[in-house]
Design a protein around this ligand. Structure first.
Ligand code: SAH
Length: 240
């Protein structure tokens, strides 16, 4: 089985590449090749019996779309696991909390003037859902490790949200729990190409007026919370 691991920013995938920080968790990751393609670097390797291809896309939906499609079409990944950070919308989520997406939507996709719901385009859907099997795997891993893994709706758009007003609108319109800038793009690509996917985010900020400062302060720490969990999922997948 070939597994794609994807992030948006270098900080989100760096823990997979710097073995020392995740010893002994990542000691089984063996890198075999590195390739530049379409402006991104793709790292290939193995983790026990799993083939791995890993990349970060750069920020935003367009970049995420290119990288997700490349991971699936050029590298032939059978499964995609996304790891990264997000802003909290649900007030019950705190910095460092892990959220696995149960559905993803694009909060900035708007042809509502024609009478369509926000986030909808004809022949599309407002919400795209990740693989229930991978969500179940994540739940098993969380239970075994004693990790409090939350589930929720993730809203994606091409803006860094640092506004109580926009946050409230996204909460009301999409019942979203967290907000970021790539997840729904990855979801649309994987759904269209029928590849099971899983989107994990650790909270870095509350998408409010302090978001910019919190993001800078907690990016690395939260990125590690998310990547550590994905590594534990790899371990579980290597047994299946
Ligand atoms: N500081 C960075 C920009 C970060 S953009 C720079 O200067 O290069 C925020 C990234 O983290 C995006 O990849 C997005 O997916 C995620 N994210 C975290 N908090 C967010 C928020 N409040 N709104 C939107 N995206 C957020």
């Amino acid at each position: 089985m070939k597994i794609a691991i994807m992030g948006a920013m270098l900080e989100e995938v760096e823990p997979f590449l710097s073995h020392s920080e995740h010893e002994p968790l990542l000691k089984h990751f063996v890198k075999t090749n590195e390739m530049r393609y379409g402006g991104n670097t793709y790292h290939e390797g193995t983790y026990k019996n799993l083939e791995i291809v890993l990349a970060y896309s750069k920020i935003g939906k367009v970049n995420a779309t290119l990288t997700a499609a490349t991971l699936l079409e050029k590298f032939g990944a059978d499964v995609l696991l996304f790891t990264g950070v997000a802003g909290a919308i649900n007030p019950a989520l705190n910095i460092g909390d892990l959220v696995a997406a149960t559905a993803l939507c694009q909060h900035d996709l708007d042809i509502s003037i024609f009478g369509h719901p926000h986030g909808f385009v004809p022949e599309g859907a407002v919400y795209v859902k990740p693989s229930t099997e991978l969500l179940a795997t994540a739940q098993r891993v969380a239970k075994a490790k004693g990790v409090n893994l939350r589930h929720g709706i993730i809203a994606t758009g091409d803006q860094f949200i640092a506004s109580a007003k926009r946050k409230e609108w996204v909460a009301q319109t999409f019942q979203a729990d967290a907000i970021e800038m790539e997840g729904a793009a990855v979801a649309v690509v994987c759904d269209a190409l029928k590849v099971p996917f899983f989107i994990l985010r650790a909270i870095s900020d509350a998408a409010d007026m302090d978001a910019q400062f919190d993001f800078d302060a907690f990016l690395k720490e939260s990125a590690k919370v998310s990547s550590s969990f994905v590594i534990a999922m790899l371990e579980e997948l290597s047994h299946g």
